[in-house]
Design a protein. Structure first.
Ligand SMILES: [Cu+2]
Length: 120
């Protein structure tokens, strides 16, 4: 009989933990994702706040890389389903391309996380 409350507490804890995990996941989803498909980065150019982590996912059936034009970052060759993430901490415009297919280009525009009104 003494076990039942323990099970109930464990279940409640599991439910709470799952509930607590959900907002964290959606917060991550708020960070920007770029899909690579048909030799194209989508979105091709976008603006984020400083501190945003951008994740690229290769949905193409050939390998691609994400290589910063200023050599700030460079991924390994991403196979289908592979991901690469980079956190942009400094405002600026970051052009990048696929080193395997240099005609594939994209850009991330990073604006200040605070004081963006002053920047505009
Ligand atoms: Cu490529």
């Amino acid at each position: 009989m003494a076990r039942k409350p323990c099970v109930a507490i464990a279940l409640a804890a599991a439910v709470l933990a799952a509930a607590a995990a959900l907002p964290a996941r959606s917060a991550q989803a708020a960070d920007t994702e770029v899909l690579i498909d048909q030799f194209t980065f989508t979105p091709q150019r976008f603006t984020v706040k400083a501190g945003t982590t951008v994740t690229w996912t290769n949905e193409d059936d050939v390998p691609h890389t994400i290589a910063s034009s200023s050599k700030l970052f460079k991924s390994k060759a991403l196979d289908t389903g592979d991901k690469f993430s980079f956190t942009f901490t400094t405002p600026g415009t970051y052009e990048y391309f696929c080193s395997l297919h240099p005609h594939m280009t994209g850009a991330v525009v990073v604006e200040a996380a605070s004081g963006s009104n002053a920047a505009r």
